[in-house]
Design a protein around this ligand. Structure first.
Ligand code: 4GX
Length: 253
């Protein structure tokens, strides 16, 4: 899969892509990421990417032509079609479902805006306007990196264990269960006995219970769309029948 990132801060994006799962996937050529400096597509002496808003008002707006030229160059290089995403707080909220859907596109272009945003005519070249959440950032670079990371995880081979991507708690619509590693006791904090029991049936049930309990307590909204099996539906019903308090007491013991 290829990503093209259009930005006025190429160094910021470059640095973030070197590390971790994504960095390794680039080394292994599972992902190709090309970073395009928007100023390379300007034609004036000052390499201007922004200008004053028509109609007046504060702030600056990104000029359309450099963005159009960048997209033309990318489409020529990749051979259309490419999927063009514009990072913007006006976009639809990016979810794990979107990450999975975009993971099977061969070419995704991430356009990073700055200032007050982009000239409205840029949207004629944009397939999807994407927001990573309801807060205001100073540019689209961090959102583009967030989207790239979440999408890249669905590209086969990027995450070591395909199983863990498919079973990822968010893909199933539930929060994750608690994790522990050695040692079994730290000060007065113990690993739950069930995890040391070697009883895999019990461990599996405990993890389901914890996922459901946490989701019910912290993100009940997720349960509306969660894909639950029969056992999980029964557990949830028990939890909802006044067993939340009991589950919580168990947690603090
Ligand atoms: N999720 N920002 C983009 C400038 C901008 C505004 C409109 C294009 C259109 C954000 C977010 C976000 C701040 C990035 C404004 N560019 N992007 N920037 N939250 O807050 O995606």
């Amino acid at each position: 899969m290829t990503f093209d990132i259009v930005t006025i801060f190429p160094a910021m994006v470059e640095a973030a892509l070197a590390a971790g799962v994504v960095g390794r996937a680039i080394e292994k050529r599972l992902l190709e990421v090309a970073i395009h400096d928007l100023r390379d597509f300007t034609t004036d002496r000052h390499r201007s990417v922004d200008d004053m808003p028509y109609g007046g008002g504060p702030g600056m707006v990104m000029k359309p032509e450099p963005i159009f030229k960048a997209l033309d160059a990318i489409e020529t290089q990749r051979g259309a079609p490419v999927t063009v995403l514009l990072m913007s707080p006006q976009g639809t909220r990016f979810t794990q479902r979107d990450a999975e859907r975009l993971g099977s596109r061969p070419h995704v272009v991430l356009v990073c805006g700055r200032y007050e945003g982009v000239d409205e005519r840029v949207r004629s070249r944009v397939d999807e306007e994407v927001s990573i959440g309801d807060y205001v950032l100073s540019g689209g670079e961090l959102p583009a990196l967030v989207v790239l990371d979440a999408v890249a995880r669905f590209v086969p081979g990027v995450v070591g264990d395909d199983q863990s991507v498919a079973e990822d708690s968010f893909s199933r619509g539930l929060l994750d269960f608690p994790h522990y590693t050695r040692p079994a006791v730290v000060g007065d904090l113990r690993v739950p006995d069930v995890l040391l029991s070697g009883n895999h049936q019990e461990i599996r049930r405990w993890r389901k219970q914890e996922s459901l309990g946490r989701t019910l307590e912290r993100r009940p909204d997720l349960l509306e769309h969660a894909a639950l099996d029969d056992e999980e539906r029964m557990m949830l019903e028990e939890l909802q029948n006044g067993r939340i308090a009991e589950w919580q007491r168990g947690k603090t013991k």
